[in-house]
Design a protein around this ligand. Structure first.
Ligand code: NAD
Ligand code: ZN
Length: 345
């Protein structure tokens, strides 16, 4: 079968022929992959940045966002059948650690990530533990089922607290930021302000329903946010850029007693900010967001897509044949896309 492979340390990836997976273990399934989508993580692995160099042990098949059909199952697998239409939680949780046993499997102590720690989904077939699969509603287009995993990140970040009638700032209009705009609207936010620095993504944020999009390189974001909120600042701040300035600007833009949900991953040294004035005395609540609430965010993702309350056609900007994966990777590297989906079968 064809697979996108990180063969060696250093920049790049290759598409090559590899053996198809066979013989699922008792708790495993084999899925025929229909669609995969490219994540920022795959771009990091392609670029071989500091994070990738410290974490990835080539050779490995990359990719963790996909949708497909079960073609074989192990004898102990229950609740899933051959022919089921599925997507997968990329976090392979152990199921027996303290966190897993107390409803917090997204912070499992023995977490393995698909396409990072074990062979991933950029392939025609994948063999994986059945427990990470989500059965997708048949009404959902496979192009959108493929992006349910990052969609779950957006849902997790946005739904920590009730948003009804609240004003919101989202920093970063990457694929997850633009999904978050739509989720915030569905959740009842009264105003969604977005900050973004790239022209393509400023347009994308507008197309996804942002009320106001501000480029913080051109305007004073904090002043603009105050103007738009009668001088109060926003009630909720969602950090989705991984940029330290954006993080600090978001906290400055927040009203005292407000809440911040931080999804962005910051590279290099830790981020400095004025804890006294931006956290403690401001009395805000700050949430660290990793992965998805398993499987609560999957349930919400499925319902929002099935009911078309979220329009994923505004998020998936490119659907390309599997063989054109390099083109997709380039678009992602340049920030000239929303989600890029590859048609595998
Ligand atoms: P992305 O890198 O495609 O999007 C980030 C966006 O932020 C880009 O469009 C970029 O132009 C913009 N940006 C950069 N500097 C900015 C600034 N100063 N102000 C405003 N915008 C700025 O990433 P994505 O795939 O949409 O993911 C969003 C973030 O979430 C990333 O940091 C990613 O690493 C992180 N992430 C975290 C998890 C998790 O489990 N915590 C999972 C997936 C992704
Ligand atoms: Zn665990």
């Amino acid at each position: 079968m064809k697979a996108i492979f990180k063969e060696h340390e250093g920049e790049g990836m290759e598409m090559k022929e590899v053996p198809e997976p066979t013989n699922p273990g008792p708790d495993e399934v084999i899925v025929k992959v229909k669609r995969v989508s490219i994540c920022g993580t795959d771009v990091h692995i392609y670029n071989w940045d500091e994070w990738a160099a410290s974490r990835i042990k080539p050779p490995i098949i990359v990719g963790h966002e996909f949708a497909g059909e079960i073609v074989e199952k192990g004898e102990a697998v229950q609740g899933l059948e051959v022919g089921d239409y599925v997507a997968a939680e990329s976090h392979i949780y152990c199921g027996h650690c303290y966190q897993c046993r107390t409803g917090r499997a997204h912070v499992c102590q023995n977490l393995k990530i698909l396409g990072v720690d074990v062979d991933g989904a950029f392939a025609e077939y994948i063999k994986i533990p059945a427990r990470i699969l989500w059965r997708v509603s048949p009404e959902i287009d496979p192009n959108y089922a493929s992006v349910m995993e990052p969609f779950g990140n957006a849902i997790h970040t946005v739904t920590v607290e009730d948003l009804t009638g609240r004003t919101v700032l989202i920093t970063g209009a990457g694929p997850i930021g633009i999904m978050a705009i739509q989720v915030a609207k569905v959740e009842g936010a009264s105003l969604v302000i977005v900050s973004e620095v790239k022209d393509y993504r400023i347009e994308l944020a507008k197309r996804n329903g942002a009320d106001v999009v501000i480029n913080p390189m051109e305007k004073d974001l904090i002043k603009e946010v105050k103007k738009l909120t009668s001088g109060e600042g926003v009630d909720a701040f969602f950090e989705m850029s991984g940029n330290a300035d954006a993080f600090r600007q978001g906290l400055e833009s927040l009203t005292p007693g407000g809440m911040a949900s931080v999804l962005g991953v910051f590279h290099g040294d830790s981020v400095c900010f004025d804890i006294n004035n931006l956290l403690t005395f401001k009395g805000i609540r700050m949430y660290g967001i990793t992965g998805r609430r398993i499987f609560e965010t999957w349930r919400i993702a499925d319902q929002l897509l099935k009911s078309k309350r979220v329009d994923m056609s505004k998020v998936v900007t490119h659907v390309l044949p599997f063989e054109e994966w390099r083109k997709g990777m380039d678009l992602m590297r340049k920030g000239q896309s929303g989600k890029v989906v590859l048609e595998v079968s």
